[in-house]
Ligand binder design. Structure first.
Ligand SMILES: [Zn+2]
Length: 82
C-alpha cells in the first residue's frame, strides 16, 4: 500500500513532461499521464517509460498551476459591473 496519490485536481490541466533523452516537451492532460506508462517521444523517436515516481514529480511540479486558478476567484478583484 502507498499513501502517494496523483492529484485529482490536475487531471484537467495541461502538464509538460520533458523527454529525459532529448528534452523534447510533451504536453498532455493530467488524466493522460495518470493512465499512460510509456509513450513515443516526437523529438527523438524513443519509447519513453513514465513510472509512478516520474508521474508524482510531474504532478508536484504543476501544483502551482492550481494556485493560479484559485487566484482568478480572488474576492478583492471582484467588483460588481454596474
Ligand atoms: Zn526524446
Amino acid at each position: 500500500m502507498t499513501k502517494m496519490t496523483l492529484s485529482e485536481s490536475l487531471i484537467a490541466v495541461d502538464l509538460t513532461y520533458q523527454c529525459p533523452a532529448c528534452q523534447f516537451p510533451l504536453v498532455k492532460r493530467g488524466s493522460w499521464f495518470r493512465v499512460v506508462s510509456k509513450y513515443r517521444c516526437e523529438g527523438c523517436g524513443r519509447m519513453i517509460r513514465i513510472g509512478y515516481p516520474e508521474k508524482l514529480k510531474l504532478f508536484e511540479k504543476h501544483t502551482h498551476l492550481l494556485g493560479a486558478f484559485t487566484g482568478l476567484a480572488c474576492p478583492n478583484e471582484h467588483k460588481p459591473a454596474s
